[in-house]
Write a protein that binds this ligand. Structure first.
Ligand SMILES: [Zn+2]
Length: 210
């Protein structure tokens, strides 16, 4: 039985590692180390270098789009990459217990949760399940300020803006919703950033200023 060696990367170093991994993915190149790691069964502890809160969409798996190996990323996936108490708790656990110093909120193009929210705002339904409504209601406040009445939900520019607004809202909710994360940001080098994965190009674009 072997323990995984601590990675001890700073937030900036972790960001570089993710950017490099996405460049490989975009170029259809794969890390041999990452591929070999997928068959490891001897990790008795974990030390991921980054936490990713991403959408559950089947086309947006963080480990693949960042070309990372087993144990490298602590990934939380939920439709619309929303921040509810269980997501905050998961990020707190990862940041406080595993040593990861980078948290990425990863939205993506053509997000079904965003589209569903836009549709719901345009034409409220009466038969939406409570579970689905709980997701839409978390996304809606992020989108409302940018929603113009004359633009329909099929407008690509609107959808893109909505995806990004929702990512930024999730970043802010992580910053403001947790005393543990706030302390780690202020005193221990934790960084929380937003990013958008483009399904069409394979490129992850990290946001400035969030
Ligand atoms: Zn999505």
């Amino acid at each position: 039985m072997r323990r995984m060696a601590p990675q001890n990367l700073s937030a900036a170093e972790s960001l570089t590692r993710l950017r490099e991994g996405n460049t490989r993915y975009k170029q259809n190149v794969r890390s041999v180390d990452a591929m070999m790691s997928h068959s490891r069964r001897d990790l008795t502890s974990q030390s991921p270098f980054a936490v990713v809160l991403g959408c559950a969409d089947s086309r947006a798996p963080a480990e693949i789009v960042f070309d990372q190996g087993l144990g490298d990323l602590f990934v939380i996936r939920v439709a619309g990459n929303i921040v509810a108490p269980s997501q905050i708790g998961s990020v707190e656990f990862a940041a406080a217990r595993t040593g990861a110093r980078l948290v990425v909120v990863l939205g993506h193009s053509r997000c079904g949760a965003i589209l569903a929210t836009l549709e719901e705002m345009g034409r409220p339904s009466t038969d939406q399940s409570r579970g689905l409504r709980s997701i839409v209601e978390r996304i809606q406040p992020a989108i409302e300020p940018i929603l113009l009445s004359q633009i329909t939900p099929t407008d690509d520019a609107l959808i893109r803006r909505a995806v990004r607004a929702n990512v930024r809202a999730s970043v802010q909710q992580l910053y403001r919703g947790s005393g543990i994360l706030e302390r780690l940001v202020q005193t221990d080098g934790l960084m929380i950033v937003g990013a958008e994965y483009c399904l069409e190009t394979g490129i992850v674009e990290f946001f400035d200023g969030v």
